[in-house]
Design a protein around this ligand. Structure first.
Ligand code: DAT
Ligand code: MG
Length: 138
């Protein structure tokens, strides 16, 4: 069964949207296989976001992800990686489709990094890598 890593980012937790995100995932029919609230540290985020190192938004992204607790979720189901990316919507919340998490719940805050409520793995390889970072016990 396919699995993906979902993160409710600090903006989502601060705005009390953890339940909203979980309920959209569950309503779609995916199963929550694991879930934890945590404060990320820098080392963990450098591993998670390694592909973005060197980009202009990298440091603001790490600082943002350190700015408060996050909720890490493993969701499970056939084609859940693709399915959650559709539920999340595109990266830029201003133009993300209404009906998606980012399109409905986020907007441009004028910050150096886009704040868009959720992370979702983008491929099978990313999902396996990211789940092992956030849930080494699984
Ligand atoms: P996604 O989260 O949609 O997979 P990504 O992996 O390309 O997007 O980037 C990770 C996060 O970094 C993204 O959710 C928001 C932020 N980000 C991406 N591109 C950005 C940009 N050009 N300017 C500011 N922040 C950006
Ligand atoms: Mg990504």
């Amino acid at each position: 069964m396919e699995r993906t890593l979902i993160l409710v980012k600090p903006d989502g937790v601060k705005r009390n949207l953890v339940g909203e995100v979980l309920s959209r995932v569950e309503a779609k029919g995916y199963t929550i296989a694991a879930l934890k609230m945590m404060q990320a540290d820098r080392a963990l985020l450098l591993r998670h976001y390694a592909e973005h190192e060197g980009k202009p938004f990298f440091e603001p992204l790490v600082e943002f992800m350190l700015s408060g607790p996050i909720v890490a979720i493993v969701a499970e189901g056939n084609r859940v990686i693709e399915g959650f990316r559709k539920l999340a919507g595109t990266t830029d919340p201003t133009t993300a489709e209404p009906g998606t998490i980012r399109g409905d719940l986020a907007r441009d805050q004028g910050t150096k990094v886009v704040q868009n409520i959720v992370h979702g793995s983008d491929s099978v390889e990313s999902a396996l890598r990211e789940i092992s970072i956030f849930f080494p016990e699984l």
